[in-house]
Design a protein around this ligand. Structure first.
Ligand code: SF4
Length: 322
């Protein structure tokens, strides 16, 4: 068995064990973390659980590590007033549960603070809507369970690869949002039950850039036709960023050119807390003329050693008007 297969098999086993120990059978209830996502995806994921690939399993482990790091950091800082993986039942009529990563309690101030940990590969500018939905459910449930406490919430995001931290703080329970989310969960649950009984309800779909990672895109009615207007905003945002990137690259090249001309004439200088100097590196390159001559002398041509390799990228072109 190669190392990839060993890792894949053992991490799958670990993920199953972790889910059973901390969350139980996820087919039997809805989790607060589900509710902010596309309803159709949530239901179909429950009916046909995905067999996770190595990249996803490693991301799960990164999430557990992030929580452990934070727990150790708080303990080292002398905090002992927190509980971990606090389970809360959120509704009476549907099995909806929240698992709170951290709950800090101040008995003297009668405050309970929820801290949700997220691990990402880039710290976003703001908390994602799905994270906030989860936090509002967690805070709402905790406030109902402990009416004598003031409840607060925050999301702490770790980017373990780059050592970055993001902190989105200042959340408080919002009754209207909480009720809306409970209602949304009720609809998802009843449609899930209908599917289990063999009825095919019309499930709500929510198109986002995350559809690219959805295992049910091939059968998704939103992608049946070529036109997907819900992604127009994302496409426009990407084009705007690309235009800015091009502009920035031009500006960077321009300024670099000026500074290079200075150090080329003047030698090394110090400015803006930096040392600027002309650096020279060498890089090996193939002398194609000599190589071709050598190959021809030995009865061969360079084409024989060239092979085509496929690669994929996102091409964006102006669509023709219908
Ligand atoms: S492809 Fe997008 S809209 Fe369709 S089910 Fe998946 S997440 Fe929902």
């Amino acid at each position: 068995m190669d190392i990839q297969t060993t890792l894949l098999t053992s991490l799958r086993k670990l993920a199953e064990q972790h889910t059973m120990q901390t969350l139980g059978d996820r087919g039997g209830y809805l989790g607060a973390s589900d509710i902010g996502y596309c309803p159709r995806k949530i239901i179909l994921d429950k009916i046909h659980p995905a067999c996770h690939d190595l990249a996803t399993l490693l991301r799960f482990q990164r999430g557990h590590m992030a929580e452990e790091i934070i727990a150790r950091a708080f303990t080292a800082a002398g905090y002992d007033n927190f509980e971990r993986q606090v389970e809360i039942v959120l509704a009476d009529d549907i099995p909806l549960r929240a698992h709170l990563d951290f709950v800090f309690t101040s008995q003297s101030h009668r405050i309970k603070s929820v801290l949700e940990i997220k691990s990402t590969s880039r710290i976003p500018d703001g908390a994602y809507g799905s994270w906030e939905s989860q936090l509002y459910l967690q805070m709402g449930g905790l406030a109902r369970q402990h009416p004598e406490y003031t409840v607060r919430g925050a999301i702490l995001v770790l980017d373990l690869a780059h050592g970055d931290v993001g902190f989105f703080n200042g959340y408080e329970p919002e009754e209207t949002i909480y009720r809306g989310l409970i209602e949304r969960a009720g609809t998802i649950w009843s449609q899930y039950q209908a599917m289990l009984q063999g009825v095919e309800p019309e499930m709500k779909t929510e198109v986002t850039p995350l559809c690219g990672y959805c295992g049910h895109i091939a059968t998704c009615p939103r992608f049946e036709t070529e036109e997907v207007p819900q992604l127009a905003g994302v496409v426009e945002a990407l084009q705007e960023l690309q235009a800015r990137e091009k502009n920035l690259q031009g500006q960077i090249k321009h300024i670099k050119g000026h500074l290079f001309a200075v150090v080329e004439q003047q030698g090394p200088i110090k400015s803006g807390g930096c040392l600027l100097r002309k650096a020279t590196r060498s890089r090996k390159h193939l002398d194609m003329t000599r190589l071709e001559t050598f190959l021809t002398q030995n009865g061969s041509v360079i084409d024989e050693y060239q092979e085509e390799r496929e690669f994929s990228f996102l091409e964006i072109r102006k669509a023709k008007a219908a």
